[in-house]
Design a protein around this ligand. Sequence first.
Ligand SMILES: Cc1ncc(COP(=O)(O)O)c(C=O)c1O
Length: 451
Amino acid sequence: MNKPNLPTTWEPSPNNLEPFWMGFTPNRAFKQRPRMIARAKDMHYYDMGGRPILDGSAGLWCTNAGHCREPIVSAIQKSAAELDFAPTFQYGHPKVFELASRLATMAPGDLNYAFFCNSGSEAADTALKIALAYQRSIGQASRTRLIGRERGYHGVNFGGISVGGMVANRKMFGTMLAGVDHLPHTYNRKEQAFTRGEPAWGGHLAEELERLVILHDASTIAAVIVEPMAGSTGVLPPPKGYLKKLREICTKHGILLIFDEVITGFGRLGSAFAAERFGVIPDMITFAKGVTSGTVPMGGVMVRQGIYDAFANAQDHMIELFHGYTYTGHPIAAAAGLATVDLYRDEKLFERAASLETKWADAAFTLQGNPLVEDIRTIGLVAGIDMRPIEGKPGLRAYKAMENAFHDHGFLLRISGDTIALSPPLIVSEDQINEIFTDKMPKVLASVASL
Ligand SMILES: Cc1ncc(COP(=O)(O)O)c(C=O)c1O
């Protein structure tokens, strides 16, 4: 690669796109035919020529309040001018405490404490570290094993990768953490195809945890981490009773239960956290994305009272938990978070997601019968649509669908394998739901039908 000549006004060209090594992207294909986003407002992105692109996936499952919402924008602007940075090791600033209090009131049960970080990946690793430290602090130091689940996604740091169950993500890095095991995933097309909400089949799979407990002995297991609804591996709502059963087994054996709510937090399933929807209180909840509606990086872990209490020290000046990030509770992120949760409350966006769920599912199921569609799963404001893969080329049909949606149909969607995952901002209107399922999606499916 030649070093790019830096022009005075930047326009994309093959040479000046080169230096950014994009994550989770086929770089060469993208740079041949970029999907460039220049600005956003409410439900739409706009490309560099000003063409609107309907956002079918809330960016990356994160802009739950819609794009560039005025109250959040002004809070960020004000905060940037007022307090650019303040340490939260040994010092504090008011907004981060205020945000923690707000989140504690939104979280169910006695999940009363918030530990902040900057992403979902950091949130997952933070929760796993708290689990290990907690077990040790209550005299259970032999509990070092972490249990994840096949088809789970907990970000890209070493802890999250190790307990995660996405094969491609794990292949090169998944063996670095010793003492990890996995529950089976809960998807079975034969038993569950075309289900709305929680499938009736599969609750019994939680019993597999008992099998792992027998195999490894409870005294070696610190925590179980699962997404209440697996998102990144193609939208897998939990089977009926599954999460309750996991809770029971964890409690019985002194194992901590962590819900990774990086996607499901902040209204995606019609309640602040999915834990509330499913009536199960885990010991920790990880969050990110929707906490600032994607505007400023922020993540965190909600922690139960008893876990925080276990970290008391003999001497006041001693640090309780040797963990934290320079940008933990960054003032601009905290300001964005506060403005975001205010907006969720003022516009009743979680209630809105709940009230649109039936309409959303009805619209999604109009695609049932399309010859390409092998399964549809919906829950909250989420839909997973499995397309028939092209023989010998898994993922190609969905990749082409994504390209065509963007370039030809003004539509942004997320893909995983040959699944299209849809999760619009919670401000989506009924007309836009119709537009997604009776206009955009049929056109996108038709564009890849003959591949
Ligand atoms: C459940 C879950 N956990 C963790 C992550 C990682 O979050 P981030 O990309 O912010 O590190 C994601 C991202 O999609 C996620 O869906």
